[in-house]
Write a protein that binds this ligand. Structure first.
Ligand code: ADP
Ligand code: GLC
Length: 475
């Protein structure tokens, strides 16, 4: 089975969030099951050129503009453990960040068209093109049209995975012809409330849809979480499945993690104390190993529940716990974190920015990982936390609800703490409960071990994708 995965980010090349972790791990996991999986990605400026093996195409003709064409180069790499093709188009991708430009829709439309041109140049059509989020919605439309007009793609099927429905890639429909989507059959799928939406186009045009947890697959069919697209998801619910992301234990494993001061596993947790000390030192905090560390690593957006953290921060600090935060994003939350540190410099550690090694150190060194998300399609940090013996406190939404079980003192079951209502009081109750358990080492160790023994590896998720690909190809 030949599968091509299109993504706007992937580890180890370029990352802003969990999509990169998923796109970096899935092709490798599929290959371990004998699938001929490859990855296609834009060649951003920030990608370390040492990861590239060679330039394999220097004049890829990409259909572009209204009937015209333009050229791109393609590089090849195996740094993700699977064949990866990187589209080199400096006009679109030699910029100082991955997203955030006025022409993002045009950049990713070009990426999609270049990917299709690449498949033709490579000579064998993929049987399955696995698309991710709005960035690849353009490819769903084009492949749907080509199925009838271009024999090369007549047997190619598409799956669109939704990692976050809130980001829809909307733009002015007047720009569609310039990107080669001027004809009715190409234009119409994009139109939503008078705007053009790349995500909506992808949801309409893909053969099948998936999202990254079962719970989120249900939630997005409701007005509360559907971001205006719930009607499509309800209409296509027989084509929509939830597959929970896996964890790449080659990268996120306390027994081998190259960023840690010491290694440990479920049989011997002594290394975790060394990691805790190392973490306190990296933030210049007093070295009191008995005090619990509550930590968070995330994009700073309202999605991640930062409004609750803001509201509850004073009371959390009043418990005497350390609070450590790593993140970047909205200025409002960055300012809040800096001010919080200023108010309690011996108790709060803050790093504003993106820092992968520090994210690993926090997973290992913290005691409690806080993830009070407003919504969470899957969430990876809670799964990393359980493997690192760091107990997650989460809100019961999306993938957090599917992967975290509330600890029950009587039966001794559960790998974390989970609250339902999106309010600061409910979150604090669970933080207090967690701290109460932390004070009893035997109870705490039980929760840690419950989490560390869970197997969230990609093996099972990859199998589910393969079954889904098969079902779609036989449709
Ligand atoms: P999302 O994709 O919504 O951001 P996930 O929990 O799925 O949330 O994945 C987030 C990923 O990004 C994790 O690997 C996390 O460690 C990483 N991450 C988020 N913010 C930062 C940051 N500021 N520095 C380093 N890694 C970060
Ligand atoms: C998105 C979601 C996150 C998910 C990730 C990978 O960024 O916000 O919940 O884990 O994609 O699927």
């Amino acid at each position: 089975m030949r599968v091509a995965i299109l993504s706007s980010e992937a580890v180890p090349f370029a990352k802003t969030g969990g999509l990169a972790d998923v796109a970096g791990a899935l092709p490798k996991a599929l290959r371990e099951h004998g699938v001929d999986a490859s990855l296609v990605l834009p060649l951003y400026e920030q990608i370390d050129r040492k990861q590239l093996r060679e330039q394999i195409i220097d004049n890829l003709a990409v259909e572009w503009g209204d009937g015209g064409s333009t050229r791109a180069r393609v590089w090849y790499s195996e740094a993700a453990g699977a064949p990866t093709f990187l589209i080199d188009a400096p006009e679109y991708f030699q910029r100082n960040s991955i997203y955030g430009f006025r022409d993002d829709h045009e950049r990713f439309a070009f990426f999609c068209r270049a990917s299709l041109a690449l498949f033709k140049r490579l000579g064998t059509p993929p049987e399955m093109v696995h698309l991710n989020d709005w960035h690849s919605g353009f490819a769903a439309v084009e492949l749907r049209v080509r199925r009838w007009s271009d024999p090369f793609f007549s047997r190619t099927r598409t799956l669109l995975s939704i990692h976050n429905l809130a980001y829809q890639g909307t733009f002015d429909p007047a720009e569609l012809p310039r990107m080669g989507f001027g004809s009715h059959e190409r234009r119409d799928p994009f139109i939503a409330n008078g705007a053009a939406s790349a995500l909506k186009a992808g949801l309409i045009s893909s053969d099948a849809l998936s999202t990254v947890s079962r719970r989120y697959a249900q939630e997005i069919q409701t007005a509360e979480h559907g971001h205006g697209l719930e009607w499509i998801l309800r209409a296509r619910r027989d084509r929509l499945v939830g597959i929970t992301n896996g964890v790449d234990y080659d990268i996120w494993n306390p027994a081998t993690d190259k960023h840690l001061a010491a290694h440990y596993n479920a049989d011997d947790l002594t290394g975790k104390r060394i990691c805790k000390l190392d973490l306190l030192r990296s933030f210049g905090l007093p070295e009191n190993l008995e005090r619990p560390i509550i930590a968070t690593v995330s994009r700073l957006t309202s999605q991640k529940g930062y409004d609750l953290i803001k509201e509850a921060a004073g009371k959390m600090l009043a418990t005497g716990a350390y609070f450590i935060a790593l993140g970047s994003g909205a200025k409002e939350y960055e300012d809040f974190l800096q001010a919080l540190r200023g108010s309690a410099p011996g108790q709060v550690g803050v790093f504003v920015g993106f820092n992968d090694p520090l994210a690993h150190k926090i997973e290992a060194g913290a005691d409690i990982f806080l993830m009070p998300s407003l919504y969470e399609p899957c969430g990876l940090n809670q799964m990393y936390s359980t493997r690192y013996g760091t107990v997650p406190v989460v809100r019961a939404t999306g993938g957090l609800d599917d992967t975290v079980q509330d600890f029950d003192r009587v039966s001794g079951t559960g790998n974390g703490f989970k609250f339902q209502r999106y309010d600061a009081g409910s979150m604090l109750e669970k933080v207090y409960e967690a701290l109460y358990c932390y004070a009893e080492p035997e109870v705490w160790k039980k929760i840690q071990l419950n989490g560390m023994s869970v197997d969230n590896s990609w093996r099972a998720a990859a199998e589910k994708y393969i079954n889904l690909y098969r079902a779609v190809m036989n449709m």
